[in-house]
Design a protein. Structure first.
Ligand SMILES: Nc1nc2c(c(=O)[nH]1)N[C@@H](CNc1ccc(C(=O)N[C@@H](CCC(=O)N[C@@H](CCC(=O)N[C@@H](CCC(=O)O)C(=O)O)C(=O)O)C(=O)O)cc1)CN2
Ligand code: MET
Ligand SMILES: [Zn+2]
Length: 760
């Protein structure tokens, strides 16, 4: 029986990739040095898979920045503005596509969420007629490298249907035309692969989405053509993150030699798939969860494998991870500080490879022993301390609708807040974080390593906060923030102060390009033993007479950006988090903070991919936000923030959050997002981002004025706030100071214009 994973994490055990990419971007290394790091990492990942005992070794899953960007480069699909004509895309151009170019004033390609994960991909631009120019050398080199190790490579390629579906908006004709061209390109790839490898994994993650009949029809035609190529490897179609559900029929009609099932998210697919499976088709059983850090229940998994083998025969079964392991940290053995009972229940990428390999073993005493050990480990984890907190469970039972509802409706609150705050029209503010400089990170590392005392660390951060506030005063911003310099990450920082969480030392996961996160682990009931932010906020307030907006992360985002226990419904864990945030909000209000921002950056991302599941999620997610935020008096202004959010379909739910002010990412889309707000007559205040913080490029005054004027077409001036798209932690001061100067200047200019031309 074949065993394989859908992809391995790319960053390296010690984030070698991040360091190498940053060195290259700073001009401190050359393409050869960068390539050497990439080659070493790939070798390591193959060795990890070989060592685990997997029978197919995955290639083509590595990327220096993003795998969608790599696919575009493999196909030669470089947008015109990057001025690349023919030949392999050099690294400098590759990174320019991802990050833009400040010196040459070339905007970056867009980046957005990869399905419902915290990974971000580069959005393909296929608006210009494609000039396909295949560069298969890296793909073939990897295949040959694995062969040279004496193993069977299984290359992965993002499929044409998904590539076009994920691209920036195309007309139906453009879509068809691009698909036709891509199909030819993929046929050429199959031809080039010939009989070099037995399988090619063709990823078509769009199968996790609700597709209309026309899209399915086109997809089927494309896939059939690839499958009828008559040359090249067998195609193993891989979808993941949701059941295929009503896309199943299309898939079955496309003649794939193999079909992968995500049996973590799509267990319901299994029986109907078995019932309808063509006689020759191989099934890949995705039994090991690529999205979480808990061990697989091997007893349960073997039952599935044994059943399927009994039905279709061993020859036609593979075992696999549910999706790519990109979303998991790399190696549990690096974690020496975690509670041993909890560790007994965990598996990171390397351990998951071993689980998959084991699942391909035929029944034997050895296998029985491994399963027994697995069951013992799972029991040990279940019994680990602190899992149940009776007080929290009691409090949650007592929550009523009143706890989820503000005292007065928004118009009345708005008057009460205006009286206390005295802000100008179009108030200017930021989203919370200011640059996390090397200096700040180095100090935190020294503190965590015991090389700097708590007092020294505190004094250092207070100086950072004081300086950040002074800079904001100099910039003339209306509502100030403390800058978040004390936070390693907006989720990890709160997790560290809550019961029920534990932390890895090195459990990094790629979020985009060189940026990684270290998601905390929620293993037990969540409770907040002490205030988490009040001390820093008080200090910030002592530095200025201007209003300070206190800064929290909301319950849904804490949930989505953590690894979560699986013995309670997510909804319940989320409500526990909401209670903890609610207590913090109450403490901040009592301490006299009239503005509190509760970030829900992940609210949209956490939405299930299938429409049938969405309303259930949105209902509990919105309730969790309300539970966290609604306990305050009318005068207290609740802000929230969301990034990368396609809101059009969920605007009613956004309104139900009933935040007094919402700031959202908008600038790259030229305020198009605001159509939804205008069409729905969104009642509360809105701060559409007017400055793209994801690029080092500094916007000019006219550009921001234009965006503000566009926003005023949709949102009445009385409801409009002025702010960047997101936090500034990834920028440096040289980038964000001039950008914020322009932003404040633009707000002043538009205010003047409004007072000279009052709207009737
Ligand atoms: N969880 C989460 N998800 C998110 C976001 C977010 O902010 N958090 N933002 C959106 C975009 N995604 C992002 C993800 C990560 C980063 C980011 O800046 N990550 C940092 C790491 C942040 C961190 O946790 N830093 C720690 C540890 C830093 C570190 O690496 N320290 C070095 C030393 C640092 C030095 O001397 O330079 C070391 O230990 O070796 C800290 O500050 O304490 C990075 O990759 O560089 C930004 C945006 C969406 N998803
Ligand atoms: C990813 S959303 C970021 C919100 C947070 N308050 C910040 O400014 O960094
Ligand atoms: Zn954001």
């Amino acid at each position: 029986m074949f065993s394989h994973i859908l992809g391995f994490p790319r960053i390296g055990r010690n984030r070698e990739l991040k360091q190498a990419v940053e060195r290259f971007q700073r001009g401190k290394s050359d393409p050869a040095a960068l390539r050497q790091v990439a080659d070493d990492l790939k070798q390591q990942h193959w060795q990890d898979q070989i060592h685990a005992g997997l029978s197919l070794i995955t290639t083509g899953d590595f990327a220096l920045y993003d795998h969608v960007l790599d696919t575009l480069c493999l196909l030669g699909l470089v947008p015109k503005r990057f001025d690349h004509h023919k030949g392999p895309v050099p690294p400098a151009t590759y990174f320019r596509m991802a990050r833009g170019d400040r010196a040459r004033n070339i905007p970056a390609m867009e980046m957005t969420k990869w399905f419902d994960t915290n990974y971000h991909y580069i959005v393909p631009e296929l608006g210009e007629p494609p000039r396909l120019d295949l560069h298969l050398e890296p793909m073939l080199a990897d295949i040959n490298a694995v062969k040279a190790l004496g193993h069977t490579p299984k290359p992965v390629l993002l499929g044409p249907v998904s590539l076009v579906h994920l691209a920036k908006k195309l007309s139906p004709q453009q879509r068809q035309n691009r698909l036709d061209a891509l199909t030819e390109a993929y046929l050429a790839i199959l031809k080039a692969l010939g009989d070099l490898v037995p399988w090619l994994q063709l990823d078509e993650p769009v199968l996790a989405l609700d597709l209309d009949e026309a899209t399915r029809e086109t997809a089927r035609a494309v896939w059939r053509r690839l499958n009828q190529a008559g040359t090249g490897p067998n195609l193993l179609l891989a979808g993941y993150f949701a059941p295929y559900a009503d896309n199943r029929k299309t898939l079955l009609q496309a003649d794939f030699a193999g079909i992968h099932l995500d049996l973590v998210r799509g267990r319901d697919d299994l029986d109907p798939m078995l019932a309808a499976l063509p006689r020759e088709t191989t099934l890949s059983l995705g039994l090991v969860n690529g999205r979480n850090i808990w061990k697989t229940d091997l007893n349960d998994a073997f039952q599935v494998v044994d059943n399927v083998v009994a039905r279709v025969g061993e020859q036609r079964v593979m075992v696999a991870s549910s999706c790519s392991l990109l979303h998991a940290p790399i190696d549990l053995t690096a974690e020496t500080e975690l509670d041993k009972d909890l560790v007994a229940g965990m598996a990171f990428a390397v351990q998951k490879c071993a689980e998959v390999a084991l699942l391909a073993h035929p029944a034997s005493p050895e296998r029985d022993r491994m399963v027994a050990k697995n069951q013992e480990d799972l029991t040990r984890r279940r019994k680990a301390g602190q899992v149940v907190n009776p007080e929290i469970r009691r409090r949650l039972e007592q929550v009523t609708e009143t706890d989820l509802t503000r005292h007065s409706p928004f118009p009345k609150r708005k008057r009460a807040q205006a009286a206390g705050l005295n802000l100008p029209l179009l108030p200017t503010t930021t989203i919370g974080s200011f640059p996390q400089t090397k200096k700040i990170r180095a100090k935190r590392r020294a503190f965590k390593a015991g090389k700097c005392s708590a007092g020294e660390y505190r004094a250092f951060l207070e100086e950072e906060i004081r300086a950040t506030i002074q800079r904001q005063e100099e910039l003339g911003l209306d509502v100030l923030v403390h800058g978040e310099s004390e936070r390693n990450d907006m989720v990890e920082y709160f997790g560290e102060q809550l019961d029920g969480f534990c932390f890895t030392q090195n459990g990094w996961v790629q979020s985009y390009g060189n940026r990684c996160v270290k998601p905390p682990i929620i293993f037990g009931d969540v409770a907040r033993p002490n205030p988490m932010t009040v001390g820093w906020m008080n200090f910030a307030r002592s530095c200025t007479n201007k209003p300070i907006k206190a800064m929290l992360t909301g319950p849904v985002t804490l949930l989505c950006w953590s690894f979560v226990r699986e013995d309670l419904p997510r909804e319940t864990v989320c409500r526990q988090l909401a209670l903890a945030v609610r207590d913090e909000v109450a403490d901040l209000e009592r301490a006299g903070f009239p503005m509190i921002q509760i970030d829900e950056a992940a609210l949209r991302e956490g939405m299930p991919l299938r429409r049938v599941d969405q309303n259930i999620y949105l209902a509990w997610a919105v309730d969790a936000f309300r539970l966290a935020s609604a306990g305050v008096a009318d005068q207290t202004q609740i802000h929230t923030h969301m990034c990368y959010s396609a809101f059009n379909e969920i605007i009613e739910w956004i309104a139900k959050l009933d935040a007094d002010v919402i700031s959202i990412e908008c600038s790259r889309g030229g305020m198009k997002l605001l159509n939804a707000f205008a069409d729905f007559a969104y009642p509360n205040d809105v701060g559409p981002g007017v400055y793209d913080i994801h690029s080092p490029r500094v916007p000019d005054l006219a550009e921001i004025v234009r965006l503000l004027q566009a926003a005023l077409q949709h949102i009445p001036a009385e409801q409009l706030w002025v702010n960047p798209d997101c936090g500034l932690k990834t920028r440096n001061w040289d980038e964000c100071t001039p950008a914020l100067e322009q932003m404040v200047q633009a707000a002043r200019q538009v205010r003047l214009h409004l007072s000279a031309h009052p709207v009737a």
